[in-house]
Design a protein around this ligand. Sequence first.
Ligand code: THU
Length: 135
Amino acid sequence: MPKIKIEELIHSAAQARQLAVAPYSKFLVGAALLTRTGEIVTGANVESASYGLTCCAERVALFKALTDGQNDFVAVAVVAKAPSGATPCGACRQLLAEYAPNAYVFVADSRALKKVHRYTVAELLPRAFTGDALR
Ligand code: THU
């Protein structure tokens, strides 16, 4: 993946992070998905007063993209104010494994956007439940 595209994706996630709705944790997270055709779809975390209803940035971006007809993803970037960045939570890993199984996951600290950590979805969630057994 071209370095310039990774930088753009990280930048998009950082921008999206500004729109996080996180009045309870105050932990702002931004995510940006890159489709195979080069489009970028962003999301940010949205929290609820009923805490468990909170939705992470990664899933907001994924649900936005999927319901906009996008279903072929090559990468996702996640930006949060966290040393070494914040890797997706278990729930988001499951959704990524189902809908973006071949994607790279780029993670960066909002204070050091140039220091990017790269993972694959498969390495973050090995032996994921795919749902094949349901079909
Ligand atoms: N959060 C995300 O949006 N993505 C992650 O990868 C980890 C956690 C959100 C959920 C909640 O709004 C806040 O961060 C604190 O957990």
